[in-house]
Write a protein that binds this ligand. Structure first.
Ligand SMILES: C[S@@+](CC[C@H](N)C(=O)[O-])C[C@H]1O[C@@H](n2cnc3c(N)ncnc32)[C@H](O)[C@@H]1O
Length: 271
């Protein structure tokens, strides 16, 4: 059977492969082989739905081991407490999170519009001493785990958790003050792009924009997203430059998660 799985702390999630269905017996056999070969794993789940809904959650079927959904996951000297059933978390984004951490400069003000349990913001605060991060999520449980993660990673005061819709929070509380905006919600990033610009300083800054796109060739996929975003920014009168476009990961056959690093050079006063 498929060897696709994610390890989050001491929990393993077996993932389905398109056009494949497994019997419970197959899942238990595979789960037991994972428990035997990874001594730190205590629980095995099967992901029986895609990531869905506003909070980006997935349905998990219990297979083996300790019956629990809360765990602690270590990543680049940080520890994240997470309930995998009630909050979004993906270890597959760790490379991308680290890439962004390395771009941040001292004294930057950073806004993560879709922060989950706070991974991007906490990693940035931990590795860049003089920064301030505003970390927004609409899921109250994710915010409560984020608050705990701020405490256990000792970044209190450097990461500010904010509960609510990013669009409303940026407009009412965080306009014209950020140097860098992170938008790790591909389903909403395009719609929320004008809100991200509202939050950037008038002198400009950076937007890390995530999106999904279909296509056989990755070069075509990147060009398609660049075209879509450029058209939108041009229509808003924004002076910008897309410095990087890259595939973050493949999420299905000919289907990709993409990131654009957009350098916003100037924002019109009327914005
Ligand atoms: C893909 S997850 C974020 C992943 C996270 N940045 C990480 O590295 O683990 C997207 C998050 O956006 C939140 N969300 C969805 N709609 C939102 C909105 N309108 N405003 C703020 N957060 C939202 C979801 O609750 C979810 O936690």
């Amino acid at each position: 059977m498929s060897k696709s799985f994610d390890i989050i702390g001491d929990i393993v999630i077996i993932r389905s492969i398109p056009d494949n269905s497994y019997t419970l017996r197959e899942l238990k056999t595979f789960g037991q082989s994972l428990l035997d070969s990874h001594k730190n794993i205590k629980t095995v789940f099967f992901q029986s739905s895609s990531v869905e809904g506003t909070f980006r959650l997935r349905k998990l079927d219990y297979i083996l081991g300790e019956k629990k959904t809360r765990t602690f996951h270590k990543e680049n000297n940080c520890v994240f407490s997470v309930d995998i059933e009630k909050c979004y978390f993906s270890p597959r984004l760790s490379h991308e999170r680290w890439r962004i951490v390395q771009k941040v400069m001292p004294k930057e003000v950073i806004v993560n519009m879709f922060a989950g349990v706070g991974c991007f913001s906490i990693l940035i605060a931990k590795w860049n001493e003089f920064t301030k991060g505003y970390s927004i999520d609409i899921n109250p449980t994710a915010i409560s785990f984020m608050k705990n993660n701020i405490r256990i990673n000792r970044v209190f005061g450097k990461v500010i958790p904010l509960l609510g819709d990013a669009k409303i929070i940026l407009k009412n509380k965080l306009s014209s003050m950020a140097d860098r905006i992170i938008m790790p919600l591909p389903e909403k990033a395009f719609e929320y792009l004008p809100s991200a610009i509202i939050s950037l300083k008038k002198s400009g800054g950076w937007i890390h924009y995530y999106d999904f796109e279909h296509g056989k060739k990755t070069s075509y996929v990147l060009d398609k997203i660049k075209f879509k975003v450029s058209k939108k920014l041009n229509s808003l009168g924004i002076d910008f430059n897309i410095s990087t476009s890259r595939i973050v990961r493949s999420i299905g056959p000919n289907w990709y998660q993409v990131v654009l690093d957009i350098h916003i050079l100037k924002i019109p006063d009327s914005f």
